[in-house]
Design a protein around this ligand. Structure first.
Ligand code: ADP
Length: 169
């Protein structure tokens, strides 16, 4: 347990570097796109210090929407939700950074915008649960599944940004 200080610091840096590779799936739903909120939403995630590693705009089919929301298939709003997600362009993204899955959800805010805190994306920019403008994976397993559903591996970009040393130290 008595590692020399230098070795301990290297271990710390490596743990930090691995944590920085955490990825989540975030999508701006058709209401967010139609309302011209794409740049606003991307800007909030960028300014936080998270890194955009994949992005596309696409109109998902209803079948695709059903796959994306398969966990909710028994909920009464499932059909309307899938209909809505496939009703127009969606901006699908993968964001990377330490704690991005959990903190991404914090930036997004509670599912119902009436309960979302001011300062969150849904709190500041949406009013009702059926039009809450954005989706974010709710845990490591769903993040992995959703990234795989929406993106091919070659659509994910690995790169270093110069800002990282100022964000992570
Ligand atoms: P979140 O998107 O915050 O992870 P859920 O996974 O519970 O929330 O629900 C997925 C989406 O289904 C929500 O973002 C919202 O668009 C929609 N939804 C959830 N609850 C309702 C509801 N009671 N009525 C209509 N739509 C709902």
């Amino acid at each position: 347990f008595a590692l020399p200080v230098a070795a301990y610091m290297v271990q710390e840096q490596e743990a930090h570097a691995a944590a920085q590779n955490e990825r989540t799936f975030i999508a701006i739903k058709p209401d967010g796109v139609q309302r011209g909120l794409v740049a606003e939403i991307i800007s909030r995630l960028e300014r936080k210090g998270f890194k955009l590693v994949a992005i596309k705009i696409t109109v998902p089919s209803k079948e695709f929407a059903q796959k994306h929301y398969h966990d909710l298939k028994d909920r009464p709003f499932f059909n309307g939700l899938c209909q809505f997600l496939s009703s127009g362009p969606v901006v699908a993204m993968v964001w990377e950074g330490e704690g991005v899955i959990k903190y991404g959800r914090k930036l997004i805010g509670a599912t119902n915008p009436q309960a979302s805190e001011p300062g969150t994306i849904r709190g500041d920019l949406a009013v009702v649960v059926g039009r809450n403008i954005i989706h974010g994976s709710d845990g490591p397993e769903t993040a992995k599944d959703e990234i795989n559903l929406w993106f091919k591996p070659q659509e994910l970009v690995n790169y270093k940004s110069n800002e990282e040393k100022w964000i992570y130290g």
